[in-house]
Design a protein around this ligand. Structure first.
Ligand code: DGT
Ligand code: CA
Ligand code: CA
Ligand code: ZN
Length: 571
């Protein structure tokens, strides 16, 4: 626990109290926070010695709150305060240059309670003529929002994983490196990551750190120490490396994998069992006897838990299930038997059908579906009826040439704004099945968008809804759509929901996947491949599925050829 974490709690309390127009208390909490920040000693040590009240500005009430947080990982007072103000107001505080006084004013005068509302209010000059606000404030706020958005420096999982795995290999060359693992959000396979965390077990810290900062991709050494160093890579990604002794490697891996929320849960659980867990190990609270630490699985076992796969560690119910030994057995990459969204040179891909099929077979797949775009997607070289029929002939030829592999003919149809599919009914039955997707009309109202997609799903030949929310990470928000209704209709119409594995898409996302699974939906994981190397994106789709708690049985492209053919062509 860093002093900074504790200080931040009190800054947050001060801000909320100030929004609530409470007098004097905010200043007191801020003073306490400042003193904690500038403390020369770890606040956990001070607490252990019972000396919290020796810190200037810390009286009985604040000392009690610090104690509560350090012992339980929670602060009830702050939780209660947070419930008293709209969540959006707290987000508004994140905007550079915007303090609690102005936030309170905006809320009181204009009813603005989140960043999005604030942005449009500024754009529409609604702050002008209000005392204490005005045109200047509007400009500043808009600039602040822009800054906030651009400084939300997060990197795509794909990029970070490539960087992280290369670096891992580079460090592993050292004999002194006994164990090495990626940790943090990267190990949890989150769709974007803030930085790369790497954990090494070694007795020779200096040698490891020296090699780390010598890496040829380093743009800047942010910090070099004995147990922790940080570098920034040329592509902008920061990497934190920690070196720990082997007896605490498992505990450190658990701790630094996070998520923070998951760890808070574990800490509370440990306390309730008379134990203590930290990055050094699991200990008995009274005797400090170490009962786990070198091995991560044993760390979970020591708490009476099933092992929890990193992708599940988001405090979405996994700890509760692990306590009851009910953790699902997650789908794995090796379960995937084929790829059901593959583009070829017939539309906007670059490889031939045969090349793609051979490449897919090499990956151990039993089948793939050629899903070039339908006619109206002109920029993507959409197929005319004539070309589609020619392509189907070609698919038959490839199927005759390649043994033990099946190429399905499909088409990625545009869902028109009125919910019809962009394909002529006389060719519909020529393909094995149809994938439907939204490629335009992203700004429709939620209601219209939802109706449009549902109407398309009611079409008998449409079997898969591709990239269901249209989002592009760091580029485009998901369009507005009612996921509950989409899932309901997909189930009613036997439509499979796609988890698009293309790194900027990962659509459906983890949260929607988990929701849809709970409602009984079935899924396909597809790469949306446009060239052969893209077939490797499957791992990101599988990761998203795992983060959404999917098991093999939830995903239809784990089935052998005959069964999947029945599902996709049947009815
Ligand atoms: P990111 O990098 O923003 O995508 O997310 P994470 O989860 O990788 O976060 P990061 O890199 O700040 O820290 C890695 C893990 O280490 C995090 O999931 C939990 C743990 N951790 C690190 N520092 C702290 C801390 O000061 N307090 C707590 N509770 N946990 C920490
Ligand atoms: Ca991280
Ligand atoms: Ca980090
Ligand atoms: Zn598409």
């Amino acid at each position: 626990m860093k002093n900074e974490d504790v200080a931040n709690l009190f800054y947050e309390i001060a801000d909320i109290l100030e929004i609530q127009d409470v007098k004097f208390k905010p200043q007191a909490y801020r003073r306490a926070a400042q003193n904690i920040e500038s403390l020369g000693e770890n606040i956990e040590e001070v607490h252990k010695k019972g000396k919290l009240r020796d810190i200037p500005g810390i009286g009985e009430a604040i000392a009690k709150k610090i104690g509560e947080f350090l012992d339980t990982g929670e602060l009830k007072y702050l939780d209660k305060l947070k419930q008293e103000v709209p969540e959006g107001l707290l987000m508004m505080l994140e905007i550079p240059g915007l303090g609690p006084k102005k936030v309170a004013l905006l809320y009181k005068e204009l009813g603005i309670s989140d960043v999005q509302d604030l942005k449009s209010a500024c754009e529409n000059h609604m702050l002008e003529g209000i005392k204490g606000l005005g045109a200047k404030t509007e400009e500043n706020i808009l600039r602040g929002i822009k800054l906030l958005e651009s400084s939300k420096d997060r990197y795509l999982l794909h990029q970070a994983l490539m960087d992280g795995e290369a670096l891992k290999q580079y460090l592993n060359v050292l004999k002194a490196v006994k164990k090495i693992e990626l940790a943090g959000s990267l190990r949890r396979m989150k769709e974007t990551v803030g930085d790369i965390d790497i954990l090494v077990s070694s007795q020779k810290q200096k040698a490891v750190m020296n090699r780390f900062v010598d890496y040829e991709e380093v743009a800047e050494v942010v910090m070099k120490g004995d147990t922790k160093s940080s570098i920034r890579l040329k592509d902008g990604v920061q990497v934190d490396l920690r070196v720990v002794p082997k007896e605490s490697f498992g505990a450190a891996l658990q701790y630094f994998t996070g998520s923070k929320e998951h760890n808070v849960k574990l800490r509370k659980l440990a306390i309730s069992k008379g134990l203590k867990i930290n990055e050094y190990g699991v200990f008995k609270k009274d005797s400090d006897e170490r009962i786990a630490g070198d091995d991560e699985k044993k760390v979970y076992a020591a708490l009476g838990l099933n092992y929890v796969e990193p992708e599940l560690r988001e405090d979405r119910g996994e700890v509760e299930l692990a306590l009851k030994s009910e953790i699902p057995r997650l789908i794995e990459l090796a379960d995937i038997k084929g790829d059901l969204q593959v583009h070829t040179e017939w539309s906007d891909g670059i490889s031939s059908i045969k090349e793609m099929a051979e490449e897919a077979k090499k990956r151990g797949y039993l089948y793939m579906a050629v899903t070039d775009h339908s006619e109206s997607l002109k920029i993507a070289g959409g197929l005319s009826k004539k070309r589609l029929l020619e392509q189907i002939e070609e698919i038959h030829r490839v199927n005759r040439k390649i043994s033990d592999f099946r190429v399905f003919s499909s088409i990625e149809c545009n869902i028109n704004s009125n919910g019809t599919l962009d394909i002529k009914s006389e060719v519909m039955n020529e393909v094995d099945f149809i994938i439907g997707a939204v490629h335009s009309g992203f700004s429709m109202s939620e209601d219209a968008q939802t109706k449009r997609i549902i109407k398309a799903m009611e079409n008998e030949t449409m079997k898969i809804l591709a990239h269901p929310t249209g989002r592009m990470l760091k580029r485009r928000e998901a369009f507005k759509v009612n996921i509950e209704k989409i899932v309901e209709s997909a189930n009613a119409n036997d439509v499979f929901l796609e988890i698009n594995a293309f790194p900027v898409r990962l659509d459906l996302n983890d949260i929607n996947v988990k929701y849809a699974k709970e409602k009984g939906a079935k899924f396909v994981i597809s790469t949306d491949t446009h060239k052969m190397a893209h077939l490797d994106f499957m791992r990101f789709g599988v990761a998203t599925a795992r983060r959404g708690w999917l098991e093999k049985k939830d995903v239809i492209n784990t089935l052998p050829t005959r069964q999947i053919e029945k599902l996709l062509r049947g009815r």
